[in-house]
Design a protein around this ligand. Structure first.
Ligand code: ZN
Length: 254
């Protein structure tokens, strides 16, 4: 399995990160991709990547909930990082109107700036969209071309929205522990999306799958996502893991 979205560098793992990585390896996670949040998390991100070479890989970007007054300075600081370090994607980027609707224009500007970088650098985008499918989709569709590729991470939208994403070449849905929640509409939506357009993720330390719902999530719990998908698609867990790994490698490289 390839875990395409983990915040293993989060302080919640400071006390037992080595044990968490051992459990991930034992569970069959062969690679962990880590999206950045903002300038304040870069050091921990790089430190975690360096501690687990050839296992943890960093993305670089500015998260929409970190877009504040000084976002242009944050963006220029983040842009400079691309000249000093190799990254597997631009992330996580997008629009989040769940907590605060007042910064839509700044979030849009930060998002589109980073979409442009992804094309210049030929890197995929890891997209965070919360209560914001319309503006996010509109931006991506407007910039869509043969080079633009990426993931709508933690997808929890409607059949209609999933179908819209399927119309964008080189875009995938990122599925996490939410798929194990009884009330999640995802089980009714996924039958309209082929496995060939999915990647799997945990989004730890958040969104722990059943039976750990409400507790700290960790990369090893990716196997619960994979099991849920094997039930929904009526294929073996091995097939889910193979197909989603091929998809992840196609996007993020080998
Ligand atoms: Zn995240």
């Amino acid at each position: 399995m390839i875990n395409t979205h983990s915040h293993l560098f989060d302080t919640q793992f400071d006390a037992d990160r080595d044990a968490v990585v051992l459990r991930a390896k034992a569970a069959g996670v062969r690679r962990i991709l880590m999206p950045n949040i903002d300038v304040s998390t870069i050091e921990a991100l790089h430190r975690t990547e360096a501690a687990y070479p050839d296992y943890c890989f960093s993305m670089m970007g500015l998260h929409p909930t970190s877009v504040s007054e000084n976002y242009k300075e944050e963006l220029s600081c983040i842009e400079r990082m691309f000249g000093t370090h190799a990254y597997c994607a631009i992330g996580e980027i997008g629009i989040d109107l769940y907590w605060d609707q007042s910064r839509l224009s700044q979030q849009l500007d930060a998002f589109e700036t980073q979409i442009k970088w992804s094309k210049q650098l030929d890197l995929p985008v890891m997209i965070h969209s919360r209560n914001a499918f319309e503006p996010v989709y509109e931006s991506v569709a407007r910039h869509s071309d043969a080079r633009l590729k990426g993931v709508f991470h933690s997808f929890g939208g409607t059949v209609e929205q999933a179908k819209q994403i399927m119309e964008l070449p080189n875009f995938y849905l990122g599925i996490n522990g939410v798929v194990t929640y009884k009330n999640a509409g995802l089980r009714d939506v996924l039958p309209f999306v082929p496995l060939s357009r999915l990647v799997i993720e945990t989004d730890d330390p958040y969104l722990a799958p059943v039976p750990y719902r409400g507790k700290r999530n960790e990369p090893a719990y990716l196997s619960y996502v994979s099991s849920a998908l094997s039930e929904i698609y009526h294929v073996t867990v091995v097939e889910v893991n193979e197909i989603t790994s091929v998809n992840a490698i196609h996007l993020f490289g080998d």
